[in-house]
Design a protein. Structure first.
Length: 94
């Protein structure tokens, strides 16, 4: 059966991870989901993205990555995040 052009027999469930620790757990929720056949999407503020974590997400074949920034103004970002993190986040994106 198809819905909106999607073959439902080929659809895989999606896990929504809302705890904000997807990159800090010993076995990440992304890794667990991929190993169990789930589609994976990570929405992050980017603070924990570094070359090691990015490489890990590539190796796990993350389906989608979204980075949510409050602002590109360093001073406002520091007030919101309570840490001077904008430069770290922008470096991770390069």
């Amino acid at each position: 059966m198809t819905t909106l052009g999607i073959d439902e027999s080929q659809a895989r469930p999606v896990v929504d991870h809302l705890l904000g620790v997807a990159l800090t757990e010993r076995q990440t929720s992304v890794e667990f989901a991929k190993l169990n056949g789930f589609n994976t999407e990570l929405i992050t503020n980017g603070f924990l993205l570094n070359s090691k974590n990015c490489q890990r997400l590539v190796e796990l074949k993350l389906d989608k990555l979204a980075i949510s920034l409050h602002t590109l103004d360093p001073e406002i970002n520091k007030k919101i995040m309570h840490i001077d993190s904008l430069e770290t986040i922008i470096k991770a994106l390069h």
